[in-house]
Design a protein around this ligand. Structure first.
Ligand code: PLP
Length: 425
């Protein structure tokens, strides 16, 4: 049985929904990452760590909407908090207590964040963190990591396509203002600062590269970044949209490096659209509505139901929950290495804590380019696992949620073993 035929025959309803979708949405979807060949399956509902597809299948969810559903799907405390808040009206053109309470939680958890503002996506979070850094420094050049993904606004869409394809629709002069440097390469970083340090508005990076390979930064690289940015008066921006789940105070706590600004997103809105950015008070003050020099607004910023969902989620994701998630992640990575040793396919795993990525490649995966090497081949393995009831990103990324236990990790490993057996050599 070929994986694609098997998939088509078990997902006829998703197939016809996709035909309907493709008639009214280009490519049949509105997210580039959710598509895979021959068509993605449609999900009807989620509960705990399981999804129910429109075709009536149950899938173990190791994607969690790209790290968003850290508590799994429809966690009762979050559903209750969001519903209760929504029933009292939602969106008033005036602040609510929930925004203050969620801001206080972020400030309490993350010492580098003295002040914070809310937005509606991780894209808006990084966009405004960068804007704040530009307003604060008066500089317009941004330094980012090759392949670093920070959402879809113009500045950060530079150097994100491993195929070298240029994304159209972005003014070409944006590229002139964006410098890139390779991941985990302190010498190249020193060089970049020696050449352009005094013109840089900020250096933005993920402490663990998420979609660019599941690659943790070396702590020495982060320390070099901290020292160089400090020496040049350049704000260091951590994109913790995904990595906040790695520690109670985010990856910055786990890796022991303090940025000036941080971008948040994903689970901090309890499953509703959200972003937030925060950091040093003197930088964040550029956004003061009357006294500041930069503008930030939005109809849905600090939406009350979103804030209520975020509060309930952060309260559930305590130190113990994070420790447990990270332990399960270690177990999964160790298990993958054992499975890989039993097969001829060149399988590797990267990641840290509750985030992981599988790579079908012979090369050691150290950066964006080596990570991209195996992603196309991975789609076959993805489909073979999907056909056996385990869902993850078509390009190999995965992560864990709190309803998962050792049993779900075992199922993942057994499924991986069986899927590799079924893959053509
Ligand atoms: N930054 C990182 C590290 C991300 O992984 C993402 C999304 O996956 C974003 C920013 C953008 O967030 P959003 O999709 O909410 O705009």
């Amino acid at each position: 049985d070929q994986p694609v035929e098997h998939y088509r025959s078990s997902t006829p309803k998703s197939g016809s929904l996709y035909e309907r979708a493709a008639a009214v949405m280009p490519g049949g979807d509105t997210r580039s990452v959710t598509y895979h060949d021959p068509y993605p399956s449609f999900v009807a509902s989620g509960s705990g760590c399981r999804l129910r597809t429109e075709d009536g299948e149950t899938l173990l969810d190791f994607l969690n909407n790209y790290t968003q559903s850290v508590l799994g799907h429809a966690p009762p405390a979050v559903v209750e908090a969001v519903t209760e808040r929504f029933e009292r009206g939602n969106g008033f053109g005036a602040p609510t207590t929930e925004a203050v309470a969620l801001a206080e939680r972020l400030v309490d958890r993350v010492p580098s964040v003295e002040q914070v503002r809310f937005a509606n996506s991780g894209t808006e979070a990084t966009m405004n963190a960068i804007r704040g850094a530009m307003a604060y420094t008066g500089n317009e050049t941004i330094l980012k990591i090759e392949g670093g993904y920070h959402g879809t606004h113009d500045t950060v869409e530079v150097a994100v396509d491993a195929t070298g394809r240029e994304h159209q629709g972005i003014p070409r002069d944006v590229e002139d203002r964006v410098l890139t440097t390779p991941f985990n390469d302190p010498e190249a970083l020193k060089e970049a600062f020696a050449t352009a340090g005094d013109d840089i508005a900020c250096f933005i990076l993920e402490p663990l590269m998420g979609v660019a390979g599941g690659l943790p930064a070396d702590e020495s690289f982060l320390h070099t970044a901290r020292d160089l940015t400090e020496d040049h008066g350049v704000p260091l921006v951590f994109d913790e949209v995904m990595t906040f789940r790695l520690g109670y105070g985010g990856a910055q706590e786990r890796y022991g490096v303090t940025p000036d600004l941080t971008a948040f997103g994903k689970f901090i809105g309890g499953g509703l659209p959200v972003g937030a950015f925060g950091g040093r008070e003197d930088i964040m003050s550029v956004f003061h509505p009357h006294e500041g020099v930069a503008d930030h607004s939005g109809t849905f910023n600090a939406n009350p139901a979103t804030m209520a969902g975020g509060i309930a989620t952060l309260d559930a994701l305590d130190e113990a929950a994070i420790t447990d998630l990270n332990r399960l992640g270690d177990r999964l990575r160790a298990g993958v290495r054992e499975v890989a040793a039993d097969h001829d396919h060149p399988l590797r795993v990267t990641g840290d804590g509750s985030m992981f990525q599988l790579h079908l490649t012979d090369e050691t995966v150290t950066d964006w380019a080596s990570s991209a090497a195996g992603t196309e081949a991975f789609e076959d393995l993805f489909l073979a696992m999907r056909n056996r009831g385990v869902f993850m990103a078509p390009r190999g990324m995965g992560n864990l949620s709190t309803p998962m236990t050792d049993a779900e990790v075992d199922t993942f490993l057994e499924t991986l073993d069986a899927a590799l057996d079924a893959l053509p050599e």
